[in-house]
Design a protein around this ligand. Structure first.
Ligand code: FAD
Length: 623
């Protein structure tokens, strides 16, 4: 880095959003600088040492399909991998991995270090350079003025961060890190809507002080799955188990007695916390009739002596934390190594963003991650990827990448945020996606690698490998549809022994595969059917295509119907008071949100299908 440089893209923050943004921009060939408070905390997991899970694993696969960092890093750092919902349909199957925190950070750093066009530099950003309403760079704590065509801010929980433990509170970005105060003040002076959110983390426990004997062991899957299509299959470190324990009525009594000293209940914290990852005090109050809550004891790493007790995030006073932990089975002698705490921080209203994650009011400024009101590494990483791509696209005057809701979870995430905003930390679930049968973990590469190719994110060799894979699926589908099998082809018993029941009439192999009791392996074992596909991913894709064909076709028809008006642009200066028939309430909502398309308008809470029809009529009249 030199102090006079002009960059294409400057990314501020080396967390999960920032690393993906910087990596994506550099892969597109942009001259990119990643500026962060501490180079030693690049890729740091602020809270639980885990990546993936339902909805989140889908995002990791999407990041991976676009050539991103997270999938490869967790494959090198995961110490326990599981596929969740194995027995359910493919749409909700999801991969989750426990991470060794240090290995994860090292893996992210190694991937960034190998990336051409990317420089890393340690400094704090205190100010933005804004010229004629456009962001042109940043000013650092050291006084460097660094210029760029686009700036991506990914400062996580650090903006105006305040840490709470009981009635003790202090400024902080997360435990051990300074908050970002000057930048928070600068942003509050700009025309941006800013509010407060909060999140929390549990105390950590010395593993040597835990009595594991009475606890339920939870091992990982064997063989362990991989997140990344770029992994070779020999990257995983050794695997370790988690253990399960529970809170009990005594734990809950300790918590209830200390509620008046909890910053959440004393009114000290104003920010709203994550609904789906509540603190233990929240759970005890909200589910007062429950006398136990599950806790997963997750190792923090292979060489770490610390354990993360997933399920008891808290900001209660430290003495209560000790009493509560020691009341739990297996933890009677527990030694706490770090206290649990809550953190309150500024976030910027994501409705002030274009779906490209560029600011509506400050061109050249892109925002990604927790700063947009989300929670979670995967949500942050996915936004970072998108913002990084679009920051480069902005400088090159290319169209931004805005995936639709039926194309990617990333499309759902960005559309939800920029259209509806959020008043509590937003996390991804499969239930947020209306087309989830299309948006599976297993087909993220089929959905997104062509986009990655268009934006220059993957190289020719990877593209050719992908094309060969896609062709193999097409060929195998055609072969299964065209290969007709007759009962006599299956021997004297017409296949009864191998298929469970005899084949009664001739049919295609594809039709046979539609039967739930017949797997691809059963078909492959029939000698009369020709050569089966060797690649297990091809086998999986054709099986899903066979089993879910009807549903997938129905969903495709819905997408088609929706797309007739989904992308219909709404003029930026449209005067909604002149649209005949719209109620005043809808007029106000549309004027406030200024949706870019009719599809976005339809998703604004309170905008009815009838109102959308009126808008459509108005647009058609104007043509
Ligand atoms: P971060 O990972 O926070 O990264 C921000 C980066 O910006 C850091 O590298 C920081 O050093 C850098 N930075 C900040 N300010 C500046 C500046 N001015 N100049 C230069 N660099 C700067 N997620 C969950 O899913 N569930 C949870 O229960 C949960 N609990 C959490 C509890 C706590 C206490 C914390 C702190 C976080 C928790 N998270 C949780 C959130 C999770 O850590 C974040 O969602 C994720 O890390 C966000 O990624 P990010 O890239 O947006 O920001």
């Amino acid at each position: 880095m030199d102090s006079q440089s002009q960059y294409d893209v400057i990314v501020v923050g080396g967390g999960h959003a920032g690393t993906e943004a910087a990596h994506a921009a550099a892969r597109m060939g942009a001259h990119t600088l990643l500026l962060t408070q501490s180079l030693d905390t690049i890729g740091q997991m602020s809270c639980n040492p885990a990546i993936g899970g339902i909805g989140k694993g889908h995002l990791v696969r999407e990041i991976d399909a676009m050539g991103g960092v997270m999938g490869r890093a967790i494959d090198r750092a995961g110490i326990q991998f599981r596929v969740l919902n194995q027995r359910k349909g493919p749409a909700v199957r999801a991969t989750r991995a426990q991470a060794d925190r240090n290995l994860y950070r090292q893996a992210v750093r190694a991937i960034l270090d190998e990336q051409p066009h990317l420089s890393l530099f340690q400094d704090t950003v205190d100010d933005l350079i804004v010229e004629r309403g456009t962001v042109r760079g940043v000013v650092t704590g050291m006084g460097l003025a660094l210029r760029a065509t686009a700036v991506v801010l990914t400062v996580g929980t650090f903006l105006g961060g305040r840490i709470h433990i009981g009635d003790h509170n202090r400024r902080g970005g997360r435990a051990g890190d300074a908050p970002s105060i000057a930048l928070a003040e600068r942003l509050r002076a700009l025309p941006l809507r800013i509010d407060r959110l909060k999140t929390g983390t549990p105390p950590r426990i010395d593993t040597a002080s835990i009595d594991y004997r009475a606890l339920t062991e939870q091992p990982g899957d064997s063989p362990a799955p991989y997140f990344s299509r770029w992994s070779r299959g020999d990257e995983h470190p050794r695997s370790v188990s988690c253990h399960i324990t529970h809170t009990n009525p005594v734990t809950h009594e300790h918590i209830r007695k200390a509620l008046h000293r909890s910053p959440m209940y004393s009114g000290e914290i104003e920010g709203v916390g994550p609904r789906y990852c509540p603190s233990i005090e929240d759970k005890v109050v909200r589910f007062a009739d429950r006398d136990g809550h599950q806790i997963f004891l997750e190792p923090e790493g292979l060489d770490s002596r610390e354990v993360y007790p997933n399920g008891i995030s808290t900001s209660l006073p430290f003495d209560t934390q000790i009493a509560m932990v020691r009341s739990i089975d297996g933890l009677a002698g527990a030694r706490i190594t770090r206290p649990g705490y809550a953190i309150e921080y500024d976030y910027l209203d994501p409705r002030d963003l274009h779906p490209s994650l560029q600011s509506l009011h400050l061109p050249g400024l892109f925002l990604a991650g927790q700063i947009n009101g989300t929670t979670g590494y995967e949500e942050a990483g996915a936004q970072g990827l998108l913002a990084g791509i679009n920051a480069v696209a902005h400088g090159r005057e290319m169209a931004p990448w805005v995936p639709a809701r039926h194309e990617a979870y990333l499309g759902v995430l960005v559309d939800d945020l920029t259209t509806r905003g959020t008043s509590e930390p937003y996390r991804m679930f499969t239930s947020r996606a209306e087309y989830r049968l299309q948006l599976r973990e297993d087909n993220a590469d089929l959905r997104l690698m062509p986009v990655a190719r268009d934006y220059g994110l993957i190289d020719e060799g990877d593209w050719q490998a992908f094309c060969a894979y896609r062709d193999a699926i097409d060929r195998e589908r055609r072969r299964l549809e065209q290969t007709i099998i007759r009962p006599a082809d299956l021997g004297d018993d017409h296949g009864a022994t191998r298929l469970g029941k005899p084949l009664r009439r001739e049919q295609s192999l594809m039709a046979l595969l539609r039967r739930p009791e017949i797997s691809y392996d059963d078909l492959a074992a029939l000698s009369a059917v020709g050569e089966a596909a060797a690649d297990p991913r091809v086998r999986e894709q054709v099986t899903i295509a066979a089993r879910y064909e009807g549903y997938l076709q129905r969903q495709a028809a819905q997408v088609e119907k929706q797309s007739r008006y989904e992308d219909r642009a709404l003029p930026a200066d449209l005067d909604y008071t002149r649209v005949a028939g719209l109620s005043r309430e809808v007029q106000e909502k549309l004027t406030h949100h200024r949706p870019a398309t009719l599809g976005q308008a339809a998703r604004i809470p309170g905008v009815t299908p009838a109102a959308v029809s009126l808008l459509l009529v108005h647009l058609q009249r104007g043509e």
